[in-house]
Design a protein around this ligand. Structure first.
Ligand SMILES: NC(=O)c1ccc[n+]([C@@H]2O[C@H](COP(=O)([O-])OP(=O)(O)OC[C@H]3O[C@@H](n4cnc5c(N)ncnc54)[C@H](O)[C@@H]3O)[C@@H](O)[C@H]2O)c1
Length: 389
């Protein structure tokens, strides 16, 4: 059975979808929808697919089985619901939606129509994060005690539309970047977060939304997790992890180069969609140069009898008297793992690993980061679900 995919949103995130589909069997890139004419034309010519001006119109087409929703956060619920109402399976970008009520509507609709709903892609799908979970649950170095995940990136410096810089519309790092870190911590820690205390800030006058946060998550099982994100781009943690040393993409000063380009007026949103902003950062060819496992900052997992940390090809395991490296399956670019999981769920009727309830629980933590920051207090959670692995 071949799953024919319709891509809603032919922008930055959407670029990965056809590239990943080309690497996974059982899929065909069949259609695309975008309200920008130039994007539709580019995809029509480059991929020979049918293109639509409206997502709703594409969802009504008999030529697609799956809709991949990569439109702005604010539209995830609307576009996912249009797909589900037309009997299509849905893969939706993170965050799943911008309110818990929208998540509920999406979950209920998918159950009623008996279609699959997956929240992808987040960095918890990265093979090393899954491997950490596997080692953590194997008992090899005992139970997880605490998780630290930190990321210093130039997220806020990359070209952004006003909607991406308005928190009320799903902009800023708490909506756009926290889902990655929250998903990583929840996957490794077992999923069930009890409460959140956080502080967040908006310290870039040109970009009036959250650019940083520090969050403390306490899990039901007693695990503590600290999530640190700084998106102002003065420092890039790839310098610490060594990511990109092999490809030259880890050289210091990514944020400084972006700042210069911004001052020179080189950074339009199109520069982001075409990959130019990544080039200026020095991230190189995102898809072609994958010689190492993907990083999303530094994640360190402390266990009762050792520590786990990502290595270039997998995981370093620090034990009583040894340090060893457990390799991961070769990294073949973003979304491949997600597409494989999704195909299995659709064709064998297995549960989707990162389903609507998982996505809703991750959004609940992200919203709690914003709420805790605003009210300067600990926020208790009520919609958590356990890790699928
Ligand atoms: N998982 C990841 O690593 C990752 C990375 C980047 C973005 N994202 C997610 O992808 C989504 C899109 O972000 P982006 O950076 O690609 O933004 P983008 O602006 O580059 O792309 C969004 C696309 O949607 C189109 N669009 C907007 N409104 C539309 C409408 N009503 N109908 C049809 N098309 C419409 C835009 O024209 C644009 O082409 C966001 O949810 C973001 O969180 C995820």
């Amino acid at each position: 059975m071949t799953l024919r995919v319709g891509l809603a949103g032919l922008g930055t995130a959407g670029r990965s979808v056809p590239l990943a589909i080309a690497k996974v069997s059982g899929y065909e890139f069949a259609a695309g929808a975008d309200n920008r004419k130039e994007a539709r034309e580019q995809y029509r010519v480059q991929y020979g697919i049918e293109v639509f001006e409206s997502v709703e119109e594409m969802c009504r087409s008999d030529a697609v089985d799956v809709i991949y929703v990569a439109t702005p956060n604010l539209l995830h619920a609307e576009h996912s619901l249009a797909a589900i109402e037309n009997g299509k399976h849905v893969m939706v970008e993170k965050p799943m939606a911008i309110t818990l009520e929208d998540c509920d509507r999406m979950i209920a609709a998918a159950e009623k129509k008996q279609v699959k709903l997956m929240v992808a892609h987040t960095r918890s799908f990265n093979p090393p994060i899954r491997k950490m979970r596997e080692i953590a649950t194997s008992g090899r170095i005992g139970q997880v005690i605490q998780i630290t995940t930190l990321h210093y990136s130039p997220w806020l410096l990359r070209p952004r539309l006003p909607i991406e810089l308005d928190t009320a519309l799903g902009g800023g790092v708490c909506y756009r970047q926290a889902p990655h870190q929250v998903d990583i911590a929840r996957l490794v820690g077992g999923g069930m977060v009890r409460s959140v205390r956080a502080a967040a800030g908006s310290f870039d006058p040109k970009n009036p939304t959250e650019g940083n946060y520090t969050a403390f998550l306490e899990f039901e099982n007693g695990i503590a997790a600290t999530l640190i994100y700084d998106g102002y781009g003065y420092f890039d943690d790839r310098e610490l992890t060594g990511e990109g040393v092999a490809t030259g993409s880890g050289k210091p000063g990514a944020g400084q180069r972006l700042r210069r380009a911004r001052a020179e007026g080189l950074l339009s949103k199109e520069a982001s969609r075409s990959g130019l902003a990544f080039e200026i950062e020095g991230r190189g060819d995102q898809d072609g140069e994958r010689q190492r496992q993907p990083f999303f900052g530094l994640t360190v997992v402390s266990c009762e009898r050792g520590v786990l940390r990502q290595s270039p090809q997998g995981i370093f395991v620090y034990e009583e008297s040894s340090v060893s490296e457990v390799p991961c399956a070769k990294w073949e670019g973003p979304l491949k793992v997600e597409l494989e999981d999704f195909r299995e769920a659709v064709t064998t009727d297995k549960p989707v690993p990162h389903d609507g309830r998982w996505g809703k629980a991750t959004l609940e933590v992200c919203l709690a980061i914003l709420q805790s920051n605003q009210e300067r207090r600990e926020v208790s959670l009520a919609h958590q679900v356990p890790s699928p692995y």
